[in-house]
Unconditional design. Structure first.
Length: 136
């Protein structure tokens, strides 16, 4: 199961956000390794919990930066964040409530989310944040 790795082509040019994105790639890699090693449900739930907590704080930070910079498409971007969180929460609920193992579909979702959301959506705000004097 291939896991995407950070590439400078994903950079939004704001170091604080790029560092957070790199961390998300690291958590996705941890999850992929756990899936491949057939780790326990408890281990998977812990990784999912970490992923959700970090994602929430990242989204809050990213949205604050976009708001300060006056990003005109913030409302749509917030809606995308909410949709992504709902999906990850659903996976966690299935894992914890039904005892279902985290499997390849979760890994595929994370790959798609990380790569496509950053390339298609986050890179769209990059010029606005780079041009604005925002403070993290």
């Amino acid at each position: 199961m291939a896991t995407p790795t950070w590439s400078d082509s994903y950079s939004v040019g704001v170091e604080s956000i790029d560092a957070q994105h790199r961390h998300l790639f690291e958590v996705a890699a941890r999850l992929a390794e756990a899936i491949e090693a057939h780790r326990s449900q408890r281990v998977m739930a812990g990784i999912m919990k970490d992923l959700i907590a970090y994602t929430r704080s990242h989204f809050v930070f990213e949205e604050m930066m976009m708001e300060q910079a006056g990003y005109p498409d913030l409302k749509r971007h917030r809606a995308q964040h909410a949709q992504l969180l709902r999906k990850v929460e659903r996976f966690r609920g299935e894992l914890e409530g039904e005892g279902r193992r985290v499997g390849p579909e979760v890994h595929r979702f994370l790959q798609s989310w990380l790569v496509h959301h950053i390339i298609e959506d986050d890179l769209a705000y990059a010029p606005v944040l780079q041009a604005a004097p925002v403070e993290p």
